[in-house]
Structures are given as C-alpha cells and as structure tokens.
Write a protein that binds this ligand. Structure first.
Ligand code: NAD
Ligand code: MG
Length: 401
C-alpha cells in the first residue's frame, strides 16, 4: 500500500471528525484511516466504516459497539469493532499510527489524547478542553515524549501559521518576546448575540444559541461561542500552546470571521491568517504540515467581501469570557474547575434545565465555591474536575425555571 500517514480520528462522527474525513478522502495518496472512534452514534459510524474502511472502530460503550456490529453485519466491512475509552487510548498509541486527530468534545477527550502524546505521535488538537483541563501536565508530556502538537482550533492554527518557525510546535521553552513578537490577537466573531439587547439574553432558546452566524459546529462549542466561553477557553489554550502570559493575548471581536487571528511584532508588523470560515483549512494545514494540500475550501474572493470590523469585547455581554480570563490568571485549579462547570452547565442548558444566562451563574458560583487546591498531577486534575462537576450539578438542581 502506498499510504503514508496512518490516522486515528477520535470523535469521527462529529463536526471536526467528518471534516477531517473529507480532507482525507481528497488526499488518499497521503493518508489512510487506521481507526475511527465515536460516542453513541453507531449508525453514522457504520456509514463511515463502509466509506473509509478503518482497521478499527471504537464506540464509547459496549451497547453502541453491539449496535455497530449489527449495522455492519450485512456489509463487506472488515473493520474490527471495540468499545471504551481504554481501547481508544490504546489505538491512539498504536505503533502503526502516525497521527491522531483529537476531536472528542469535552473532558472525555483527555485520556485518549494524553495517550497519543505519551506515544510521541503527531497530535492534531481540536479538543481544547483537554488542554484547558491539564495545561502544564499536557505540555510537559508533549516535550518529554517528543510529540508534535498541531492546533486545529482555527484561531490557534492561524496564530501558529503567523509565528516564526522556531516557535511552532511547543518544542522549546523560548518566549514569544525573544522572537520579536509583541502580542497575540485572538479574534472571535462574537457569536449570534453580538448585537442582541442584553436584557433579553435570559430568554435565549437552545435553537437560537446553537445557530452560529459563520461556523457550523457541534452543539457544545456552538453554545460556548454564544456565551464567548469558547473564546475564554481559547485564551487559556493559547497561553499553553504558545508559552506566553495572559498579558500577551488580546481578544478582538471580528464578526466576519475572515481573519482567524493575528500576531503583532515589535517592529509594527501584524501578520494575519485569512480564509473562508471552514474548518477543513486548519485540518488540512495540520495534516500536511509543513506541506500544503487541497482542502476543498472555496477560495477567498476579496471583491465579494463585506467590510472588516474590529471591536473590544464587552464583558457585560460576555461575562463568561471575563471569568475564563480571570481563571487563567488564577491557575490550573481554576481553569480545570471552570472547564468542568461549563461543560455541566451547557449540557443542562441544552436539555432545557436552565436558562442561557444561568450558564454564567453556575460557572461563577462553582469557581467561588471551589477551594483553591494544588492541581498538578493527573489524579489531582481528575479529582478537581470531579468536584467541580458535583458542585455545578448541585447548583443546577437549585435553579428554578
Ligand atoms: P461534535 O459534538 O460535533 O462531535 C463530538 C464527537 O465526540 C462525536 O464523534 C461524538 O460521538 C464524540 N464523543 C462525544 N462524547 C464522547 C464520549 N464520552 N466518549 C467518546 N466520544 C465522545 O463536536 P465538534 O464540534 O466536532 O467538536 C469537537 C472538539 O473540537 C471540541 O472540543 C470543540 O471545542 C473542538 N473544536 C470544534 C470546532 C468546530 O468547528 N466544530 C472548531 C474548533 C474546535
Ligand atoms: Mg476556535
């Protein structure tokens, strides 16, 4: 076989997973699929197994794995079906694997992603929550095991592309300033409620919150974009990926989502990465790095573009953004806590248990209630995550709608 890179896609049935498979299908001479993993959607996974013929497919639990086996029974598929996070982790570290796309949503992605890092793989990181949860531990492991960490989040991929090559890939301990960088400009669209009357935010429906003006994404990140907690998580993600301080990062609202982020240099230069808002661009960039491949993305036509506008974020509209930046300054215990609380709160909002503005309340109160403990080892991180989820769940139970 002429396959060059063997891929594991964690979260294959999701928005990022499917975009990754689309790019892979366009570049079959360079990539092939070793394993696909997913949560519960066995029907979708069966279609992917038939189309992409992975050696392994892993579902989150045994019930979903049995369903997948049923769906595949009438087909010619030779895919071996497994279940559980341990099997996902084992395949992410398999000696035949070159690269792992980390695209599970939320904290569930941490263990298999760390497994890929510990096996020294090329890790394509979409699952920002795992880095927010484990920060220093994650980056230390990347260095220790000589993994290659490539950001998929469009902003971080843009920043990566605009940085000098010496700073790309979390390999060194050098600071941005030593390479003439003065600031990272992290852009965000402001989501669907950029101009909505703030007093009506408490009546936002799930449908309104998950309808992003520029990007098509999974439900959790869509809600995070509406509250701008997503930008807060990305702020923390940028701090770890680019070895910088919170004061080196500035959030800029750019509603058109054409500039995906920028790097400002001491000589006054600002480098921006632009493109249509389509995740296949950062995915293709990271898959092929340092080469370039076709991503199927419509080229940018400047004659068709509307105005580019830029503003500062308003923290009264986006209190979750301010909360996450404050947590970034406080330290690991706070970022692990805010990430866990937010995951629980967003899930409760999606299920109609709490209102949109309750998400902030749950996040802030969980942070307040958490004693600032030392959070360094994996056990400490997982315990901090567990306690924050418990706290957030108890607070949600008190919210009367
Ligand atoms: P999604 O909800 O569309 O897909 C999530 C995937 O994870 C699915 O395959 C699902 O089956 C799997 N999954 C969910 N729970 C699981 C569990 N407990 N165990 C194993 N697998 C599980 O989400 P998405 O939009 O593709 O986002 C994935 C990740 O990428 C998130 O961390 C998100 O923040 C990040 N990201 C997404 C985008 C985007 O455009 N969608 C952009 C930047 C970053
Ligand atoms: Mg992003």
């Amino acid at each position: 076989m002429s396959c060059k890179q063997q891929l594991v896609i964690l979260g294959a049935t999701g928005s990022i997973g499917l975009s990754t498979l689309d790019v892979v299908a366009r570049n079959q001479e360079q990539f092939c699929v070793f394993a696909l993993t997913a949560g519960k959607n066995a029907k979708k996974m069966a279609q992917l197994c038939v189309a992409h013929r992975p050696r392994f497919a892993v579902m989150a639990d045994e019930h979903a794995a049995q369903q997948l086996i049923q769906y595949l029974s009438g087909s010619e598929s030779k895919t071996i079906v497994l279940s559980g996070i341990a099997a996902m982790s084992e395949l992410a570290a398999h000696p035949d694997v070159d690269a792992v796309m980390s695209a599970i949503v939320g904290a569930a992605g941490l263990i298999p992603t760390l497994s890929a890092v510990e096996a020294g793989k090329k890790v394509l990181l979409a699952n920002k929550e795992s880095l927010v949860m484990s920060g220093q531990l994650f980056i230390d492991k990347v260095k220790q095991h000589k993994a290659t960490l490539l950001p998929i989040d469009s902003e971080h991929n843009a920043i990566f592309q605009c940085l000098p090559s010496a700073l790309q890939g979390s390999k060194t301990n050098t600071q941005l300033h030593e390479h003439g960088v003065s600031k990272i400009l992290l852009t965000g669209s402001g989501g669907p409620f950029l101009t909505r009357d703030i007093d009506t935010l408490n009546t936002v429906t799930v449908q309104e919150a998950v309808t992003h003006p520029n990007w098509s994404m999974g439900q959790k990140i869509s809600v995070d974009s509406a509250t701008m907690m997503n930008k807060g998580l990305e702020f923390i993600e940028a701090k770890w990926l680019f070895n910088c301080q919170a004061t080196d990062i500035e959030v800029v609202i750019h509603p058109q989502s054409i500039i995906h982020s920028m790097v400002q240099y001491q000589d006054g230069s600002v480098l921006a990465q632009m493109g249509n808002p389509d995740m296949r661009t950062p995915i293709a960039h990271a898959l092929a790095y340092p080469q370039r491949i076709d991503a199927g993305v419509t080229p940018l036509d400047f004659s068709q573009l509307a105005d580019f506008t830029f503003t500062k974020p308003d923290f009264t509209r986006y209190p979750n953004l301010q909360l996450a930046i404050a947590a970034c300054n406080t330290g690991q215990g706070a970022t692990t806590t805010v990430n866990a609380a937010n995951e629980v709160a967003v899930n409760a909002f999606l299920q109609g248990m709490i209102g949109f503005t309750d998400i902030y309340r749950i996040n802030a109160q969980t942070l307040e209630a958490t004693v600032d403990v030392n959070v360094h080892t994996l056990d400490e991180i997982l315990e901090c995550d567990r306690l924050a989820r418990l706290q957030a769940t108890q607070l949600i139970a008190k919210v009367v709608r």
